[in-house]
Design a protein around this ligand. Structure first.
Ligand SMILES: [Zn+2]
Length: 358
């Protein structure tokens, strides 16, 4: 998302809050709970070029969210408790879960102490390759390559990109152009294009994964605390829906089995990499059920409703995004109003499309 769009959305969320529209709508748009999606927890460096900052919260903001949601009357529960909590929600307080994707070490070093000191649960979804230290975190590689380069040049899907990357503004613009063009092509191609860009920029991504992500030894120690749930996140972190079914099944089943053998316990929770409609659909939801998952989460935006009792492997989440680190935004998101508005806009635009085509 461009900075202008981010600013517009921030302004819209602030308006919903200050006018109390979110609270007024909540009886209609609210849910029985929410699953928060996080990635990293890091101090804010204030850097001008940090396009992956959206994936990171500061420890101070995370701590404020944890305390505030409890003050608002939410129970913070583990993923194991989610199915029963959905089917037996009558009369129960609303709930939230905190889930972290990708297994970053800062989850243990900066997030875990916040949960541990309050005796609260958290969950981390780990790709097998990442814990092996050989994960391709290509979105971070792209950022590092652009940071080092004064210009970048590559071909994506028959289109040549030649972009200046001298200033922060140029670097941000180049990152967003390339990132979304890469998300649209076969992922193996996208990854090799990024590897080429990194090589030409003189950036070596070899140590990146080991520097940022917990190893199996670290995960074993971390998961020894019953407050910590480790879920699966595939082997190689590919958008599953774009893969042939047998490869998708291997990506899922392999990572679940590896977690079970490394951590010596059942693995019952799964997160679809990228998790949007293009990355995970009904085929993947069915696979997760076949593979015995109690829950599986997407990055589709929304609260948990009673109807999710029959869709436990297609659960939506609420992203806690580094661009939106204000408690008021979290309150507005939990009202459900932003998601109801997005749904309404989507329906309106599909009616519009239908009319134009008719
Ligand atoms: Zn991920």
């Amino acid at each position: 998302m461009s900075r202008t769009n981010t600013k517009l959305l921030q302004a819209a969320l602030r308006t919903l809050r200050t006018t109390r529209t979110d609270s007024l709508a909540e009886p209609l748009t609210g849910g029985i709970g929410a699953i928060f999606m996080l990635h990293r927890v890091t101090p804010d460096t204030g850097e001008g070029f940090a396009p992956n900052r959206i994936l990171s919260l500061t420890p101070e903001f995370l701590e404020a969210v944890v305390d505030q949601v409890r003050e608002w009357g939410y129970d913070i529960i583990s993923l194991d408790e989610v199915p029963a909590r959905i089917s037996e929600h009558e009369g129960a307080p609303p709930f939230v879960c905190f889930t972290f994707d990708d297994g970053y070490r800062d989850n243990r070093d900066l997030a875990y102490p916040i949960f541990k000191s309050r005796n609260l649960p958290m969950a981390v979804y780990v790709p097998e390759d990442f814990a092996d230290g050989k994960g391709d975190l290509w979105w971070l590689v792209l950022e590092s390559a652009i940071r080092k380069a004064a210009s970048v040049r590559c071909d994506i899907d028959g289109r040549t990109f030649a972009l200046a990357t001298r200033t922060d503004a140029e670097k941000n613009a180049a990152f967003h152009k390339l990132y979304w063009a890469l998300r649209a092509v076969a992922e193996d191609d996208a990854r090799s294009i990024v590897a080429g860009l990194a090589e030409r920029a003189g950036y070596d991504p070899a140590g990146l994964c080991r520097n940022l992500v917990m190893s199996w030894d670290e995960l074993r120690e971390f998961a020894a605390d019953p407050l910590v749930t480790i879920g699966a996140h595939t082997t190689g972190h590919y958008a599953l829906a774009k893969l042939p079914i047998e490869r998708a099944r291997r990506e899922m089943a392999g990572s679940i089995a590896r977690i079970e053998s490394e951590l010596d316990r059942p693995c019952r929770h799964f997160s679809y990499p990228y998790g949007n409609d293009a990355a995970a659909g009904q085929r993947e939801f069915d696979l997760a059920r076949e593979l015995g998952m109690l829950t599986a989460v997407t990055t589709r935006k929304g609260l948990i409703h009673a109807s999710h009792a029959t869709q436990l492997t297609a659960l939506p989440r609420v992203s806690l995004n580094g661009d939106y680190q204000e408690i008021g935004f979290v309150r507005t998101l939990l009202s459900g109003l932003p998601f109801a508005l997005i749904d309404a806009a989507r329906q309106a635009s599909s009616i519009g499309t239908f009319r134009r085509r008719a």
